[in-house]
Ligand binder design. Sequence first.
Ligand SMILES: NC(=O)c1ccc[n+]([C@@H]2O[C@H](COP(=O)([O-])OP(=O)(O)OC[C@H]3O[C@@H](n4cnc5c(N)ncnc54)[C@H](O)[C@@H]3O)[C@@H](O)[C@H]2O)c1
Ligand SMILES: N[C@H](CO)Cc1c[nH]c[nH+]1
Ligand SMILES: [Zn+2]
Length: 429
Amino acid sequence: MKTYNYSNLSKAAIADLVQRNVDPANEIRSVVEEIINNVQQHGDKALIDYAKRFDKVELDKLYLGKEELAELASTLANDQKAALRTAYDNIYKFHSTQVKTEDKVETMPGVTCWREARPVEKVGLYIPGGSAVLPSTFLMLGIPARIAGCHEIVVCSPPQKSGKVNAFIAYVAELLDIDRIYLAGGAQAIAAMAYGTESITKVDKIFGPGNQFVTKAKTIIQSTTTTAIDMPAGPSEVLVIADETANPSFIAADLLAQAEHGIDSQSILVATSADIIAQAIAEVEKQVSVLPRAEIAAQAIAHSYAVLVKELDEAMQFSNVYAPEHLILATENWQQITGKIINAGSVFLGNLTPESVGDYASGTNHTLPTSAYARAYSGVSVDSFVKKITFQHISPEGIQNIGPTVEVLAEMEGLHAHKNAVSVRLGIQ
Ligand SMILES: NC(=O)c1ccc[n+]([C@@H]2O[C@H](COP(=O)([O-])OP(=O)(O)OC[C@H]3O[C@@H](n4cnc5c(N)ncnc54)[C@H](O)[C@@H]3O)[C@@H](O)[C@H]2O)c1
Ligand SMILES: N[C@H](CO)Cc1c[nH]c[nH+]1
Ligand SMILES: [Zn+2]
């Protein structure tokens, strides 16, 4: 892991340093565009062909139904079921507080405005399953979809070598009362949910994280179809801000936790102490060697780095430019700097708060914007699954109060039909 000194970095150098997962030669785009076209033209057959090519599985059927899922789910050990149930309960508890009825506002006497939430009717959930199967992601997407009251929930996940999904995914399907999972992964699953195939319904909005192929497919279909997406939620990343109070062994563990997701993950350490940086890097080298996914984590660490800053304020400046998916404040004095956070997906406060708790079970959502999209997007929540529709009502008193203003404004814009729609109600022609 290379170390940079913040004082020696120009603005341009920082801009360069914070870039990740760019596709300068459009290599990923062209692969993904071909996949999307193929699914559009050949539907289910293309999905079966891609399962053979990418997942090395010959599918005779594109989905698992309720009975097959129940059979798989029954193989779980009790402690596994209990852990998934606890995660479900905490995530449910946190997300159910996001449902709020907004107040009606009387902007002028007789002029009443308000918003009401309505669920997105048909949603598609993508559950990654390439290098690791993520039942936790199924909980993170399925729970807010259920709370929002979405009418139809389509679920896609890459087939495993067994030609099925794994048992943990099947158990989560049971918890969420989902009775079908389509065995489709990658860009082809996203295309299928955006265009529809013989067996997969076209959805209104697609949710879920994934690798660079999945994320590129989501951004393409968002601009070429009427299907929306939650956000670009690509390869995982973490930025740890540390001062002298941090524990190098904890820092290393947190850096590796995101690095083990994939070779294109990134883990950044920004610290006020050169000693802490040196000790944390030594710890990373020690801890990585014993990980089952050591090779993946080591490759991600190879393109990760550390930044030495003079003070926590400087660390926060760098972090706000990086806009990390996960931000860990590894300092006892985190209260002093939280107010300065501008761009981050999800924040973990203090030396005893590992990022992994948010990945699995604290209650917050782990589907979060990556690649600096935290500058503009929030992570998934119940809000992501609803539209907020505005309503207004004008009473006889209200039309007298607001009418003349609208007449003048319409006149200013030269839109006389607009003016007339008010005038006829005021009784003035
Ligand atoms: N940002 C978030 O909120 C968040 C949350 C969880 C996971 N993640 C990320 O999700 C990703 C999951 O990636 P994954 O690969 O394990 O699973 P995945 O399900 O995203 O992708 C697997 C699929 O990718 C396709 N694929 C693989 N190689 C391909 C190629 N050469 N060309 C075309 N398609 C190809 C295959 O169809 C395969 O089924 C990781 O990067 C992880 O960090 C992000
Ligand atoms: N860290 C991932 C989001 O970037 C979420 C996850 C799922 N399982 C473990 N971690
Ligand atoms: Zn994770």
